[in-house]
Ligand binder design. Structure first.
Ligand code: SF4
Length: 395
């Protein structure tokens, strides 16, 4: 959960406000709320002002945050001092450009149906042994509501490419969530028409999670064999979504059979070229009910090297510690990633009865954890590194 720190609106220039946080000025878009004016106290997430808050609420939150924030910041700066190796250099760059804020988004996986047949994925349509599920609007709203109560303000709504959810239905889901909750919504629903994404944007969605998985065209076509799934089509879509105004989360799978070190460097460059707000590089983990059953996962070193290189090449990016990394190497692995340039986490808040069924790879981290337990573990980890589970950074 991103416990957003309240800021004060200092200036408003058209769609963009300047927000003051303890003397530090940041910019954020104001188009998700009405009637904003200079002097208002606001919560912003991912570069969007989400809601105004009263002077009293701001005072109370700041009372708690101010002291903790500066204490954590000092700890983070201390840990990032005197960099000697690749990971320490990447961490120092992260500290200098992004400070100690670490966003913690919630993810809700609302359907495990998929029309695609990606070779590496456990919920591919060819996996007939999987029990499938879909969540209807009331269930999705209840899941968002539960997570909001736990402090989350940014959500990824994820599914396979499931055409049961028509464009109208997806727009309805976004509208209903935004009507009830002032949260930042990222859609992760695969390849949809520009019109569908335009309508979801108009309904209040502001982010898209859509990975290209590999920048190697031949490997892409091999891994995604159905429907002439072309890399160009996907990257063009991501570019258009960025132009539409969406925050982009994208990246690749590291360790796919046949992938080279040069491919990984190209993946990092492609992620940057696509204008990603958040970079996501997850280790490939094989699933026994896929054509890639038994293929080896990459080493932790390979993932940390990728994160560190990505950070050095892109000082201002948010870089995610993926659930796949936590699945293979647990919170110790997450800690190493955070110390090698990463600065974002995700917590799965899908209702427990469905979590295991979103079986993209086996034994996903967090599947058996109570959400509150998972939050506590994440916060403890972040605090031990001087990171604030908050989101101050903006576009
Ligand atoms: S990777 Fe995505 S698009 Fe491919 S089969 Fe899995 S859920 Fe579907």
């Amino acid at each position: 959960m991103c416990y957003a720190i309240p800021g004060k609106v200092d200036e408003i220039n058209g769609r963009v406000a300047v927000i003051d946080y303890f003397g530090e000025k940041r910019k954020a878009y104001v188009d998700l709320i009405d009637d904003i004016k200079i002097g208002d106290n606001v919560f912003a997430q991912g570069g969007f002002v989400l809601r105004k808050i009263s002077d009293e609420e701001a005072r109370e939150t700041l009372k708690i945050w101010k002291e903790i924030f500066f204490k954590l910041d000092a700890q983070d700066k201390k840990l990032a001092r005197d960099p000697k190796n690749l990971y320490e250099r990447a961490n120092a760059i992260r500290q200098k450009h992004q400070g100690n804020s670490c966003c913690v988004h919630a993810i809700i996986e609302f359907s495990n149906y998929c029309r695609c047949d990606c070779l590496y994925c456990g919920i591919r349509r060819g996996n007939t042994s999987l029990n499938r599920y879909r969540m209807e609007i009331p269930e999705i709203l209840a899941a968002v509501g539960d997570a909001v109560k736990l402090g989350f303000q940014a959500f990824i709504l994820q599914s396979g490419e499931d055409i049961y959810y028509t464009d109208d239905l997806l727009v309805e889901i976004v509208k209903e969530i935004r009507k009830k909750y002032s949260v930042l919504l990222f859609m992760s629903v695969g390849e949809r028409s520009l019109d569908a994404y335009r309508r979801m944007y108009d309904a209040g969605a502001r982010g898209v999670l859509l990975r290209f998985e590999t920048s190697n065209e031949k490997l892409y076509e091999k891994m995604k064999p159905n429907d002439g799934n072309l890399l160009n089509r996907r990257t063009n879509l991501i570019r258009c979504l960025r132009e539409m105004g969406y925050l982009i989360v994208t990246g690749s799978l590291i360790g796919l059979p046949g992938q080279t070190a040069a491919d990984i460097m190209k993946d990092i460059k492609m992620t940057a070229d696509l204008g990603a707000e958040m970079f996501s590089f997850g280790p490939f983990i094989s699933h026994s009910d896929t054509p890639l059953a038994g293929a080896k996962a990459p080493t932790l070193k390979k993932i940390l090297d990728t994160i560190a290189q990505a950070r050095i090449m892109n000082p201002d990016a948010k870089i995610l510690v993926t659930t796949a990394l936590e699945t293979l190497w647990g919170l110790d692995g997450a800690k190493e990633a955070l110390m090698a340039g990463a600065n974002s986490l995700m917590i799965n808040v899908t209702p427990q009865k469905y979590r295991k069924l979103y079986d993209i790879y086996p034994k996903r981290f967090g599947t058996d954890l109570d959400v509150q337990e998972h939050i506590n573990a994440a916060i403890d980890l972040l605090k031990s590194l001087g990171r604030a589970p908050t989101d101050l950074s903006v576009s």
